[in-house]
Structure formats: C-alpha cells, structure tokens
Design a protein around this ligand. Sequence first.
Ligand code: FES
Length: 156
Amino acid sequence: MALTEQLRQELDELVRNYPDKRAALIPFLHRCQEELGGWISPEVMEDCAEYFGLEPVEIYGVASFYPMFRLRPIGRHVVSVCRNISCDLRGADEIVQRACAVTSARVGESSDDGRFYLETVECQGACADAPMMVVDGTYHENLESDDVERILGGLE
Ligand code: FES
C-alpha cells in the first residue's frame, strides 16, 4: 500500500468537492507527488486506480500526459527555471546555465548526489519580475546569475 492513511483521508475529503469522483484525480495526484517523494510511483498508480475504479494504465495515461507529474524518483530539491518569453528576454538562459553549474544537474535530470532536480518550465505568472525560478515551491524573482548560487548553495 503506497498511500498513507492520511492521504486516503484527504482523498475521501477531496472527492466530496466534485460531482464525479474521477474529477479529483489530478489534484489528488498532485498531493501524492508532494507527499510521497516528489514522484508518482507504479505503486501509487495502482492504489489510485483501485480507489477511482480505473485501470493502472489509465492513471499512467493521465500522469504521463502532464509534464508537472514525474514518473521517476528525483532529487530532494526541485529547481524550476522559467523559460517563457519574458524570462527568456531577461536572461533565463544564463540562469539555467548557472543552475546547471551549481546543482551539477542537467535540465530534466537530478544531480548525482540526489540533492537537486533541475527543470525548465513555462510561465509561472511572475513575468513582471523576470527572470525567475521556483525552488521547492518558493518563487525567486528578478534574478541575477549570482543569486542562483546564493539561493541553491545552502540547500542540503
Ligand atoms: S515568462 Fe517567466 S514568469 Fe512569465
């Protein structure tokens, strides 16, 4: 059983907000990813399939369609650098290069020491303060490349 009792209780609560139980699948996959190591494991897919009355492959179909869901283990800290137009025009490429250097991870991969997972993402709604990145859910905006080392360097 991959789902904790707490997550099962949250799911019971969540589905009450939707007219169709299955509509809760995506928000619930987000909660699973947050709580269970940053990715959707095959065991989580099986548990979700049982709960929602679907086949595991249908859960896989949803989880693999959306890029925000990860289907393999990742580093402890998720570093998401925006590469949409405002950030690109204001130096996102340099931010990405610096993030690669500081984390020792390539885009779309985790660092060998398991500290970081580095990705590029679409607009995060902070265009006015571009360029920006999100680290473990916290926005960092108006970045200079030196900020990247300051922000990421202290993370264990
Ligand atoms: S383009 Fe980067 S936050 Fe909008």
